[in-house]
Design a protein around this ligand. Structure first.
Ligand code: HEM
Length: 505
């Protein structure tokens, strides 16, 4: 009775799949708890709406526009909500929040020895997160961070020499600050520079392949169900890498980490240094159960993935806004010069000294407010039992998130000029308002899953900025009037070209 040719089976499968997808789309679109929510008309039907909107790398503008148009709670997908209400921050992210990370994060987990290796950043399981965090938390403490300063100073010295060498020429700070941040994280992690600044090139194509991975995560992360069929699948990723030649940065980072471990072991270090590798190797030898070798690889490679681009982006933002805002530049330079004249700055400005520079601190905070390194929603899942957010009852499993860039533009919290870089806003307020502004900052996330490396980057940037501005004047030297920003999770800038000129002091 039936024609059993392969074509019939093929067409039948397509038919079944089409019916299945149509039912899922309609079920998603007409979810009773979400139908009343405002948002773009295509969003309830498919997550591909977000892929389409985010494709060009303009996530900050997309999310700002959506909230401008639809208000503090917007439906951006069949099961996804974007929120812009500061009052929801403690519920979503607070220290005892039970809103776990969404599946977006799985697209950023590397693979090691054939298996997915969830990191402290990507893991969605609270128990695994705790187990990974406990043994290393001390290494991120203030006391430990101060011991890392000499490692950072070595990189600053190389950067300064290079800028003297390039004096009067056009310098692309988009690239140079990335090289600097990568070399610093190399020192902090392995006591070894990658050598980006010395060789003046993208070593092992680490930077370009990381860019590729972020673009992948930023887009496929919108439809994470596709990930196991793409880079999350060892056969597909192997094929793409070997046959098509697509980069696999996560693998490059993990392999580089293994090489550094091998080199460390061969050299049998004579004295202990402040880097993570030395610390973790000692922990591993002391207590293998507490620090399995796989976790050691995990922590070290995660440092490279989480701590390089983020710091480069923030350093660019700080210097960019200073160069573009002469009043702030002048005020900061005066503060640095006064401290220098008073003998309060060492040859290499120390972290402690930088904390005494009040205006520097608010310049850094303000630059990262206007241009947060992560400018995608920090996605979480509504827990069991559902939740009430912005007066809306949401079912368990709904994906909710606040985009730092959106919340940082909230006029009620930061003032009518929230879109403008104005460091003084942190100085000209009463204590209560200041606390509110601080609580609304999501540059480093907040609460249970906030950035563990925050103080490392604050140390690095706090030392670097006065070190440079004390010695050089910086001038905008790009042919373009502005920088270019492409956002795939990280808001990465290019076309930031300046000239350095040694100051007469
Ligand atoms: C200016 C620089 C940095 C920025 C803007 C930044 C930003 C962030 C943000 C927004 C999160 C929270 C993500 C979320 O909730 O989804 C985060 C988490 C994290 N960051 Fe950073 N980060 C920076 C530097 C670093 C550095 C230097 C390291 C390590 C050396 C690091 C390691 C981590 C880790 C491990 C997590 C996950 C923490 C957890 O879930 O417990 N970050 N970061």
């Amino acid at each position: 009775m039936f024609d059993t040719s392969p074509w019939t089976y093929f067409l039948l499968s397509i038919g079944v799949l089409t019916v299945y997808w149509s039912i899922s789309i309609l079920r998603g679109a007409y979810r009773s708890d979400l139908t009343s929510l405002p948002g773009p008309k295509w969003a309830p039907f498919t997550a591909l709406y977000r892929v389409y909107r985010l494709w060009s790398g303009q996530a900050p503008a997309v999310y700002l526009d959506l909230h401008e148009q639809y208000g503090p709670i917007v439906r951006t997908g069949p099961n996804t909500i974007s929120i812009a209400d500061p009052a929801t921050i403690p519920t979503l992210y607070g220290i005892s929040s039970n809103f776990l990370k969404s599946k977006f994060y799985i697209t950023m987990s590397p693979r090691h020895e054939g298996e997915i290796m969830d990191s402290m950043f990507t893991t969605r399981d609270p128990a695994r997160h705790k187990a990974l965090k406990r043994p290393v938390a001390g290494k991120f403490s203030m006391t430990s961070i101060r011991t890392m300063e000499p490692l950072v100073n070595q990189c600053s010295e190389i950067f300064i020499q290079a800028m003297k060498d390039l004096e009067g020429q056009k310098v692309d700070l988009s690239t140079w600050l990335q090289w600097y941040a990568f070399d610093v994280i190399g020192m902090i992690t392995f006591n070894k520079r990658f050598g980006f600044m010395e060789e003046r090139k993208d070593i092992l194509e680490m930077i370009s392949s990381l860019e590729f991975a972020l673009r992948y995560a930023g887009l496929v992360g919108q439809v994470p169900v596709l990930h196991p069929w793409l880079a999350g699948n060892p056969l597909v990723s192997g094929f793409m890498e070997k046959v098509v030649g697509l980069p696999n940065p996560l693998r490059a980072f993990v392999e580089f980490t293994q090489e550094c471990i091998d080199e460390y072991d061969r050299n049998e270090k004579e004295k202990e240094t402040a880097d993570f590798l030395t610390f973790l190797r000692i922990e591993e030898k002391k207590n293998k159960e507490n620090m399995p070798h796989r976790d050691l690889i995990n922590h070290l490679s995660n440092n490279l993935l989480a701590g390089s681009d983020t710091t480069a982006i923030s350093l660019r933002a700080i210097l960019y806004y200073l160069v573009k805002t002469p009043t702030s530049y002048k005020r900061l330079q005066e503060e640095i010069d006064a401290a220098d004249r008073a003998g309060k700055l060492s040859e290499f400005v120390s972290y402690g000294e930088s904390l005494e520079l009040e205006y520097l601190q608010v310049v850094m905070k303000e630059a990262m407010r206007v241009h947060p390194g992560v400018s995608y929603p920090l996605e979480r899942l509504v827990p069991e039992g559902g939740a009430d957010l912005c007066g809306q009852k949401l079912r368990e499993g709904t994906v909710v998130g606040i985009n730092p860039v959106v919340i940082h533009h909230n006029k009620e919290i930061f003032g009518d000029d929230a879109a403008v870089f104005r460091p003084e806003r942190w100085l000209d307020v009463n204590e209560e308002q200041l606390k509110l502004m601080d609580r609304t900052l999501l540059t480093f996330g907040t609460g249970a899953r906030s950035c563990i490396g925050k103080n490392i980057s604050l140390m690095e940037m706090g030392k670097f900025v006065p070190q440079i501005l004390r010695q050089f004047d910086l001038f905008w030297a790009s042919d373009k009037p502005d920088w270019t920003v492409h956002t795939y999770w990280f808001a990465r800038q290019s076309d930031f070209v300046v000239k350095f000129q040694t100051r007469k002091r």
